[in-house]
Write a protein that binds this ligand. Sequence first.
Ligand SMILES: [Zn+2]
Length: 376
Amino acid sequence: MQTVTLHLKVQPNAWAWLDQACREVNTAWNWANETSRRAIQTYDDGGRWLSAYDLDKLAVGAGDCFERIGSDVIQRVNAELVTRRIQFRKPVLRFRASGGRRRALGWIPFKAANLRLKGNRLRFMGKSIRLFEMDRFLEHRLMAGAKLGSGNFAQNALGEWFLNVPVQMPYPAGTTFDANGIPQLPVAPIECLGIDLGLKAVVTTSEGQVFEPNRSYRDNEAKLGNLQRAGHKKQAKRLHQKIRNQRQDYNHKLSSALVSQGQWIKIGDVSTAFLGAGTRAKSARDAAHGQLKAFLHYKGHRAGRSVDVVDEKYTTQTCSACLSRTGPKGSTGLRVRQWICSACGASHERDINAARLIKAAAPRCRRPIAGTRELR
Ligand SMILES: [Zn+2]
């Protein structure tokens, strides 16, 4: 089995209910936090560190005091509090405020059994909840052998609610297992795939494929600037979120496509200095590259691929055919997109040449050439 965590947006008609339920969660959290603190700090001998089980026992019947949440949610709150308390080695954690400036972002943990499927909706503590991407939820939930884990509803800074839930799923068809029971996932059609990240093309592969960058930031840049200058904070925030969503969607599709192709995936490490100055546009680009790399890592891992980041130094200057450094050099050389190697006569398109060198950096794919400086 492998675990996939779904992060899906809840439709707005359930937000008010979740806001209310969250107040109850905060009350339960603050009670457990305070009870736990008192048990530790009241006595000089160091007191007693309550376990989640202790807190559950003390909270028996508390579910009846709440309108929306029940004992399952309270138990999940207790478990989370104890986990965090141990993690941060603190006898007392932050108070969860339900209002005011220091309001905690909404959070409602639950057990797998609390989330029921009713037709095209979810049922949670008697409340009907709809998701924007119900298909994605169903696709995972209804897969033979799939099992939901404990998850939560969580809110972002805009007050929107999301469902986060881990799903244990069987491995894809074609998976075999070795003597130790380690899954041997189906292999990709191409053994080694080099990936060059860039500006003009967000991705160029060693196979010569070129992917255009997602334009959501560029298309909305002027509008975003206008909103910010005019002081329309909320609208600007919303537009930012939209750009983020579009970029994420694009990166999901792109990373899935790349992972489906290559078994050994090598990504050129982009030096941000090389990508040039600029403020907002640059940070948007960096964020897009960073996210794409993160997606490639986790999707690659899930599919049994090897994903590595390699140093891409000299990849614009080195000939991928003979490894001589005959390519354009210096900052003026960056503008040169095509060149011919003076040593072997091979003609190169800059980004594809770079992707091939990045691919060659993979230990499995490196060709041993006597007398040449080995690429890292
Ligand atoms: Zn050459």
